[in-house]
Design a protein around this ligand. Structure first.
Ligand code: FAD
Length: 695
């Protein structure tokens, strides 16, 4: 055996959707990162396929949303098919697949492997970073074999307290036997397959010259899926809580030959007595069928996998869809899995080792959540780890990862529990049939679930990062806070309710996007496009009419105040080339690294009567000796030449007569809403003092 030692800031175990999202964040932030995976290659077909709208917004903030959006099938309509009084399936309802107005995107489907390719391209494009860190590359056929934490050093910012041993495998050792026989068979990744880590180790044992490496890391993140080795390595205190159901589900990706009219809609079919089928129309004429398998039972917790074949799954689908005909020539991929609804009791150990994705939550794939929630775990964690490694942010903020993401995982399992029961249950024959599922209840639950399944409903709990109205009032005016009691949203002592200032910017929820027009150049932009995932916080100043002298004076006084109290005190941060996907790839050397806090201004005066340099404080158009003034920070809410009016003030729920100041975290969630008036400014400074390492 050969042995080597190395050191890294962040070691990621597992290069599925969660691991790749994390690697992309960290490479954008220039963090010294390694990502290892036991497999020989990425996913090529099948597996997860549903992209929820919040995920698309996140991918767009890294510049890869467009690629998914272009190739994916957009799901617009959903149909509900139920048995009529003669037991024959009939369409008895249709609905939009997404509530309109939630986002500029709609739910879309594309297979996981394609998305993994986009991640790999984007990770490769993030380098070289000005900090000089080397490119992040997925290291495949690498298996961790031991993990320990020096807890005494956990509070030392400069320490590398986590030690992991990595074993480098050969291709043969790392390939599951079943994978070699049939490429379209996805059972080897299903939860019906056992964990193959033991087999891999066994196979590598006999080989001479096995290479083992001891890695010292500041942080380790287990993104290693449902059988998570990392979770097990953290000891018996780390357990998955919840239950494994007896339902076995089959999945088939085929190009169907059928007379079923809604084959290009998302369709939920409940048959009278043959079970339920969900149809997902996919890219490239593919269609995914999800079927509950009644032929395969869970016998004493054990399933005979040899009994599960594509034919069994297909025949079950045929029965459910009858009297319509169903056939196929081409099968792209198939698998089967058992539904478990479980959440890890801890998401981190001493905020040095973290778990993300399927490693800490598993549930049914029917609501298309797993990959999305997994990526969103990593999206929540990535910037926090990155900014702590860069010494920009307080290390204590890392504890918000478990606070925020465990809450979402718990909500997901509760949702899945309800949705699975409704989906898998037998349709009720009539209102007296209490054991059957009411189809009205099912379609209502589906419609109600949009906010949650789209990812837009995420509402993080209060913390240093999220000032809910009560705390915002406290920051705003300490002596008036006593009057607020538990009634958080009510105005008190003449202080406007914080929620009323920006009704649709709720602390803890994602900052929405509306079209605005660039003051310079008149180009219409989605405001999200001016907030790329580059690790910076944003202060959005809803300025209102800056042609009115008192308002202009107030906005400029705020600009001067922010420059002194926030921008000058906040740490500086190098930005990676390509960090702003909408600014082109050319990078010029700036005078100094920009502040970790960026300021954007939205007004509603007549654009042609405003001049940025003449009318606005330099905070809104910072100067660089090599690049000149930045004309890219001031926007107006007005009709564009060719794309209509974005109605942004209305969309954000801000009264232009009052204005507002909104602090947005690097992951696009609202941290604080405050007043544009002078008594609101201090709250902004205090918020940043709690979060950043301010000078
Ligand atoms: P994984 O995707 O499981 O990735 C884990 C990675 O870690 C793998 O690459 C693995 O090789 C590696 N690894 C594991 N153990 C080790 C180890 N010891 N050492 C090194 N590397 C290791 N989700 C959706 O959002 N939408 C859907 O439509 C959807 N459909 C699905 C359909 C099916 C049939 C299935 C099975 C799942 C579906 N899911 C869906 C769920 C989704 O696939 C998972 O939730 C998602 O892949 C989880 O991502 P992850 O990165 O956490 O874990």
């Amino acid at each position: 055996m050969t042995q080597s030692d190395s050191q890294v800031d962040v070691l990621i175990v597992g290069a599925g959707p969660a691991g790749l999202m994390l690697a992309l964040w960290l490479s954008r932030l220039g963090i010294n990162t390694r990502i290892v995976d036991k497999r020989t290659d990425k996913v090529f077909s099948g597996q997860a396929d549903g992209f929820q709208v919040r995920t698309l917004e996140i991918l767009d903030s890294f510049g890869i949303g467009e690629r998914v959006w272009k190739e994916a099938n957009h799901m617009i309509e959903v149909s509900f098919w139920n048995p009529d009084e003669n037991g024959v399936i009939r369409r008895n309802n249709t609905a939009p697949d997404n509530v309109s107005g939630l986002s500029r995107f709609t739910e879309s489907v594309l297979h996981q492997g394609r998305m993994e390719s986009f991640f790999l391209d984007a990770i490769a494009a993030s380098h070289p970073h000005p900090s000089g860190s080397s490119a992040v590359k997925v290291e495949r056929m690498v298996l961790p074999t031991s993990l320990s934490i020096d807890e005494a050093a956990a509070d030392d910012d400069d320490a590398y307290p986590v030690t992991v041993t990595l074993r480098h495998l050969t291709e043969e050792e790392a390939t599951p036997t079943q994978r070699l026989s049939n490429l379209s068979d996805g059972l080897f990744r299903s939860n019906l397959a056992g964990d193959d880590v033991g087999d891999m180790l066994e196979r590598s044992k006999a080989r001479e010259g096995v290479h083992e490496e001891t890695v010292k890391a500041k942080f380790v993140v287990g993104c290693d899926g449902a059988h998570s080795w990392t979770r097990k390595a953290l000891g018996p205190d780390f357990e998955m809580q919840g239950e494994m159901t007896d339902y076995i589900w089959g999945v088939l990706d085929i190009v169907p030959i059928t007379d079923f009219p809604d084959v290009r809609n998302r369709s939920m079919i409940h048959s009278a007595s043959n079970g339920s089928l969900m149809i997902i129309p996919r890219e490239n004429k593919l269609v995914r069928l999800y079927i509950q398998l009644t032929e395969v039972s869970v016998d004493g917790g054990r399933i005979d996998r040899s009994k599960i074949t594509p034919e069994i799954i297909f025949n079950a689908a045929r029965k459910i869809i009858s009297p319509y005909k169903l056939d196929y020539h081409y099968c792209d991929w198939w698998t089967a899995y058992q539904i478990g609804q479980r959440v890890g009791n801890h998401f981190s150990k001493v905020d040095r080792v973290f778990l993300a994705g399927d490693a800490v939550h598993t549930h049914s794939p029917k609501a298309g959540q797993g990959m999305n929630v997994s990526m969103q775990d990593a999206y929540n964690l990535g910037w926090k780890l990155g900014l702590v490694c860069k010494k920009v942010m307080q290390r204590s903020i890392l504890s918000t990862y478990e606070l925020e993401r465990k809450q979402i995982a718990d909500e997901l399992i509760a949702f899945d529990h309800k949705f699975s029961r409704l989906f898998s249950g037998r349709p009720a024959k009539d209102i007296l049939d209490e054991t059957g599922v009411s189809m009205e209840e099912f379609s209502k639950a589906f419609e109600m679930s949009h906010m949650f399944t789209s990812g837009i409903g995420v509402d993080y709990s209060p913390s240093a990062l999220v000032s809910k109205p009560r705390e915002a009032h406290q920051l705003l005016n300490e002596d008036k806070a006593a009057d607020l009691k538990s009634d958080q949203d009510k105005p008190s002592n003449g202080v406007d309710s914080i929620l009323d200032l920006a009704k649709n910017c709720k602390p803890g929820m994602r900052f929405p996007s509306f079209q605005v027009v660039a003051q310079a150049g008149a180009r219409p932009w989605q405001l999200h496009h001016k907030m790329p995932s580059d690790g910076r916080f944003r202060i959005v100043v809803f300025a209102g009419d800056i042609l009115s002298a008192p308002r202009r004076d107030l906005v400029n006084a705020l600009g001067a105040w922010l420059a002194e109290h926030v921008l000058a005190r906040a740490p500086k941060m190098d930005l990676s080339p390509g960090a702003d996907p909408h600014a082109g790839t050319m990078r010029f050397k700036t005078d100094a690294a920009p502040s970790a806090v960026d300021v954007l201004l939205l007004h509603n005066s007549k654009r042609l009567e405003v001049e940025i340099l003449r009318d606005l404080h330099e905070t809104y158009h910072p100067f660089d000796s090599k690049l000149g003034w930045d004309y890219d920070k001031v926007f107006v809410d007005e009709e564009s030449y060719h794309n209509g009016h974005g109605e942004a003030f209305k969309g954000y729920g801000v009264d232009p007569g009052k204005g507002a100041v909104v602090v947005v975290r690097p992951d696009g969630y609202v941290g604080l809403v405050s007043s544009l008036e002078e008594d609101g400014w201090k709250a902004v400074e205090t918020w940043f003092e709690r979060v950043l390492k301010m000078s």
